[in-house]
Design a protein around this ligand. Structure first.
Ligand code: PLP
Ligand code: ZN
Length: 395
């Protein structure tokens, strides 16, 4: 079997081709995000599809690396990410929860950063830097430690405590910023040349999308190689949504899946909903959201770099963008805790809240098969949730 060589990197906006022999960031002509392209013909057909996951004897080909046929031919830096449980709802068997809290570092960010750090090590990069809403920073810290690479991480000062603890434990260089992820991104951009950092910000290098695309392969495989009617994805920077759409396109090219692609539902928090606003107003890009506020820390992205791609995909899929309030999120989090035995992250609870709403409006029927992404474990938010539950500290 084996992994495909990268043929080229392709700009998502102007389609320019760049060479992947050396590390690339964004399109050199228009600053668009880059997609990794391969010649996938060796993996085409149902027989090859049947070989997925066959080579798991060595841990490096387990987890998301079971899709080695569609991932770059390099030695993985892995901590066991991917191939997360797909849990069937106890109340409605048509609702499937993709439990990304089972990943190393407790969130789906592990997939993108495992792939991006794998490529960074392959290219011989020594210092990585990234702004983060929290969980990407924790994942970067872990994978950089595993790869022996320096990590410089910039987070808002009020991120969940777990994210700060991760940076300490993994030995990353953490700077807390009085501001949002956009302010953190500006600092990385200003300092990277002088410091010799490679910037692995969301959608400013091609491999985080490539890691996150495995969620698209997994959900289809776990549903018996069939598409669901809709996929609910809590959207900050949108990497997972963009990655899953790329996966669907590849799987169709490979002949691994047929039928109608899922309607992609991007979920935002009402206190930071730039993409929802652009969607409603029929815009092709978003505008910076002022005074972003929500306890779903991962959704506090006031102006995603990939906004045009997110909007294009949602529209093409016949999906929508929903903005849910913190009260709706917390209500759904308690509901899933008490009725399903699952402690969702606030971001995941935004997806479950949006599902309830969209069934209520008739956008979807309760009989439609859907996949809801719990992008992280609620256990990463004990400080935030203790506060919401009104729990007092002891001693
Ligand atoms: C738990 C969680 N869910 C969702 C998101 C949003 O992810 P994306 O930036 O890929 O849209 C984040 C981002 O930090 C997150 O930490
Ligand atoms: Zn371009």
């Amino acid at each position: 079997m084996g992994m495909p060589e990268i043929a080229f990197l392709e700009c998502s906006q102007c389609r320019l081709h760049l060479d992947a022999a050396t590390p690339q960031t964004v399109c050199t002509a228009c600053a668009g995000s880059l997609y990794v392209r391969y010649d996938l013909s060796a993996a085409a057909g149902l027989e090859r599809r049947g070989e997925v996951g066959a080579r798991q004897r060595d841990g490096s080909w387990g987890g998301m690396w079971r899709y080695e046929q569609v991932l770059p031919a390099v030695e993985p830096v892995t901590l066991g990410e991917g191939w997360t449980p797909m849990l069937r709802g106890r109340r409605n068997g048509n609702v499937w929860l993709k439990e990304e809290g089972a990943n190393p570092t407790g969130t789906f960010k592990a997939r993108g950063l495992a792939m991006a750090v794998t490529m960074a090590r392959h290219y011989g990069i020594r210092k990585l830097a990234a702004p983060s809403a929290g969980n990407a920073g924790g994942a970067l810290a872990a994978y950089a430690a595993a790869a022996g690479i320096e990590a410089h991480i910039f987070m808002p000062a009020d991120v969940p405590m777990a994210n700060r603890v991760e940076c300490e434990a993994y030995g990353a260089h953490l700077t807390l910023v009085d501001g949002l992820i956009s302010d953190c991104g500006r600092i990385v951009a200003e300092r990277k040349a002088a410091e010799g950092w490679f910037d692995i910000s969301t959608l400013k290098e091609p491999f985080r999308v490539e890691g996150k695309k495995t969620m698209g392969y997994e959900l289809v495989e776990q549903l018996g190689w069939e598409y669901p009617e809709a996929v609910f994805y809590p959207t900050g920077g949108g990497v997972g949504l963009i990655g899953m759409w790329k996966a669907f396109e590849e799987m169709e090219e490979l002949g691994w899946v047929t039928g109608r692609r899922p309607r992609m539902v991007a979920i935002q928090a009402a206190g930071c909903a730039p993409v929802a606003r652009a969607f409603e107003q029929g815009e092709t890009v978003s505008r910076m959201w002022e005074n972003a506020r929500t306890f779903a820390a991962g959704l506090r992205v006031p102006k995603p770099y990939g906004d045009a791609l997110i909007l294009e995909i949602v529209r093409e899929s016949g999906g929508t963008v929903a903005a849910v309030t913190d009260d709706e999120i917390f209500g759904s989090l308690k509901d899933w805790g008490r009725q399903e035995g699952i402690l969702l992250s606030p971001e995941g609870a935004a997806a479950t809240a949006a599902y309830d709403r969209l069934v209520g409006t008739g956008f979807l029927k309760a009989e439609d098969r859907v996949v809801l992404f719990n992008t992280g474990s609620g256990n990463k938010y004990t400080d935030v949730l203790a506060d919401r539950f009104g729990l007092e500290g002891v001693g």
